[in-house]
Design a protein around this ligand. Structure first.
Ligand code: GYE
Length: 316
């Protein structure tokens, strides 16, 4: 390391420490990165699935440093605990690119590309407020199923949505993690259906797979949900199966998180190869999908200071 990578015309070596394989979103992310960082594009990719184990992810990054790869790509499971290993990569002269989730305790990476999670949470809150007003729903009693604790996706979506919970005085009955998995969502919802039987009218799941599990649990418990039911279902990701559930009116609103970061990642590597400077942050574009047109537009600033005024996409 230190010298220009792959100056001899050999493939550029890239190590990618992926979060795991917990969700449809994750599968799309893995496929996108593998397709872009491919041999056709002159890249020799080493892919490590860290199975949602933070220690294993640090270990994977240290292995990449030891192997002296040309670039390291990290999708950080959690947002803290990174400074030491990123300093090691920096000392070894290996540029680190962060995708999707963010890192809070270190800026020793060259570039990040991903989503504004707080913005997604705010969008969900703004939508719920407008929806309740349009439907004349006076009281919102909310159950929340969060994602992996300590991941920036969980932190941001919670923070954004809770701003509305606080300012609107909504009742948040409970909040538990479903670890971004279908099984996790189902287990949490099974216990919610027992503890809060007849007492809730909103469930917000921090990804589609959790929503699928929660829906199965509500079905089993005889709880009616979705556009024609008693419980409003909110989700994030808008993966294909999630959008199908919006079309089927089982999920009321799904806030997209774009997982296709491979092409941006490739662009960053190519720019660095060409000796160009790269943006420290790149935000993905993402619309929101709802099953009923009760809200024409919402407008506020996201954390990057950008005005967000895109209308929601109504899929029915
Ligand atoms: O929402 C979830 C996945 O980090 C944004 O991780 C990503 C999240 C996504 O498991 O489905």
């Amino acid at each position: 390391a230190g010298e220009a990578p792959a100056a001899d015309g050999e493939a550029i070596t890239v190590g990618f420490a992926q979060v795991g394989h917990e969700s449809d979103w994750r599968t799309a992310s893995t496929n996108s990165v593998k397709a872009a960082l491919s041999s056709e594009n002159g890249i020799d990719l080493q892919f490590v699935d860290c199975d949602n184990d933070s220690a294993a992810q640090l270990e994977a990054v240290r292995n990449f440093i030891e192997q002296d790869v040309d670039y390291i790509v990290i999708d950080p499971i959690v947002s803290t605990g990174w400074d030491t290993v990123l300093t090691e990569a920096d000392d070894a002269g290996i540029p680190v690119i962060v995708i999707d989730r963010t890192i809070d305790d270190s800026d020793k990476y060259v570039s990040w590309v991903g989503s504004e999670f707080t913005n997604e949470g705010l969008a969900a809150g703004a939508w719920l407020k407008a929806y309740a007003e349009a439907k004349g729903i006076k009281e919102l009693n909310i159950l929340e199923i969060t994602g992996t604790t300590g991941s920036s996706a969980e932190i941001g979506r919670t923070k954004g949505f809770h701003q509305f919970v606080d300012s609107e005085g909504w009742k948040l009955l409970d909040s538990q993690t479903g670890d971004f998995t279908q099984e996790g969502g189902q287990k949490v919802m099974e216990s919610y259906c027992k503890s809060y039987a007849g007492k809730f009218n909103v469930v917000i799941c921090q990804n589609d797979n959790e929503a699928f599990g929660a829906i199965d649990a509500m079905k089993a418990a005889g709880v009616s949900y979705g556009v024609d039911g008693d419980v409003i279902v909110i989700s994030f990701d808008a993966c294909t199966a999630g959008l199908q559930k919006v079309l089927d009116k089982e999920i009321n609103a799904d806030f997209q998180c774009n997982p296709l970061q491979g092409p941006d990642c490739l662009k960053i590597i190519q720019a660095l190869q060409g000796g160009q400077t790269v943006e420290k942050q790149t935000f993905m574009e993402e619309p929101w999908f709802v099953s009923e047109d009760v809200l024409k537009d919402i407008s506020y600033k996201n954390n990057s200071g950008k005005d967000v005024t895109e209308p929601l996409i109504v899929v029915d």
